[in-house]
Write a protein that binds this ligand. Sequence first.
Ligand SMILES: [Zn+2]
Length: 261
Amino acid sequence: MRIIDTHCHYNDDQIYPIVDEVITRAKAAGVQAIFNNGDSLASFTRILELQEKYPDFCHSVLGIHPEHAAHDQAYFEESYRQIKNNIDKISAIGEIGLDYHYSKDPEYVQAQKFRFIEQVRLAKELHLPIVVHSRDADFDTLDIIRQELPEKVDLHCYSGSVEIAREYLKLPIDFRIGVGGVCTFKNARVIKEVIQYCSEKIILTETDAPYLAPTPHRGQMNESSYIPLIIEAIASLKMMDVEELAEKLYQQGLDFYGLSK
Ligand SMILES: [Zn+2]
């Protein structure tokens, strides 16, 4: 089975010290490529370092997560400078977006929107896909995507409804949903409906490791070697053959990130 993990964080303190073991286990499970996603300016260093150490395996997605939206202008300018300086190494801008889960303070929401739009425009300028984090912000995220129309969008760890997915599918963009461990949870009704409704052609497999480990590892550290559990869950929801689906998801993941040979 050939597999791709389009969204993880090997730079995270939980994984980074044991990253060699995690990569060995991932490769043994069939994983061919992983995409480390940035969240802060500080995260860029380890992500680029990992790509240098594992050039055909670790890929880099750099961007500033909405939880860092309150940083000052100098912080963002430096982030964009580093992204542009590493343009030949990065596969996408991410993870960027909106997160209203912990605070809906109007000033903070405004800053999140401003930095999200700014980074969407940067991705358009650099002709890169975007990886979007959207939590409790479905409509505002959709509004910004609708207004900016970036070329390629991965809504990572998709948590919206079928109705929201339908709205994205109407737009003239290459729209994908990132599907990870949540689809293996017994009570995760909405994502299961979304998987059944949408074509498998728009699904990107991801872990969000070290977070959101699939059943039966729920609550433990997540890692890319668990992706087969996610593919099995998708295959059973879509009544498809696991091996065939895995190969499709692998190829379209490579295609989305421009890595197909
Ligand atoms: Zn993430």
